[in-house]
Design a protein. Sequence first.
Length: 270
Amino acid sequence: MGVFGLITVRFYQPGAWSVFWRSHFSAGTHAGATTERAVFKLTALEADLAPAVAAAVGLGLLGRKRRRELLFPAVLLLTVAVVHWFHRPFWPYYRLHFWIPLAWLGGVGLVEGFRILWRSFPPSSKWGWVRFGVGWLAWSLAMAITLTLAPEKTWRELRRLRLAPLAKDEAQVASLRAYGAGVQWVFTDDMIGAFWAGLPIPPELAVIPDKRLWSDQLTAVQIRDCLERYRPELILLSESRLQQFGLTNYLKAHYRPAPAAPDLYLRKAP
């Protein structure tokens, strides 16, 4: 928090704190972030079963051995869970906040779990053998799940990235490039597409997260006023975005659909 505060004070303009506060804690943001996709549920971690199982071993070790150094990742995991359970919105990439303590606890749990089993061999009693067998079974299951699911998930992601089309071959990038000759400005919520097409977006409209709309820091009137100032030659927006931004009538008055280019509109000649 201290580092974040210093960065804000040093590099951001006055008023940045109020912008951040309204984006995250305003009544509009809280009301808008109640949609299904913006609310945290435990099912969001279904894809992270491998580190979660390994972390459970680490938490069990914490309770059994009272390992004080494991309190930090345990408290970090609890803090992240509590914050996201109550705070809105929750986006899929926020899962990164869970990965750090899960990986920490999981790594320690699997290594130390094996060491505990190794030190207790051979057991000195019948019940000792039972405990050893149950412990070995649980540790083996956790290790098998971790070594099976984690590399498989990584491999699938690498294959997906390797087979993904190049940016220049993506449909929206191709459409922007086809009509981009002599264009000074383009308005779109596809920032990456505009980047690869080499077309600039008006600075005030370059980043439009939902929180900016929910907190009324960017309204439909402000968007239209900005379009009037910059008069972008191209607009690339889906129908749902046009309705959300209140641009349906504005678009009909000042733009025409581009031939064979879905969701792309060309500014009419004055």
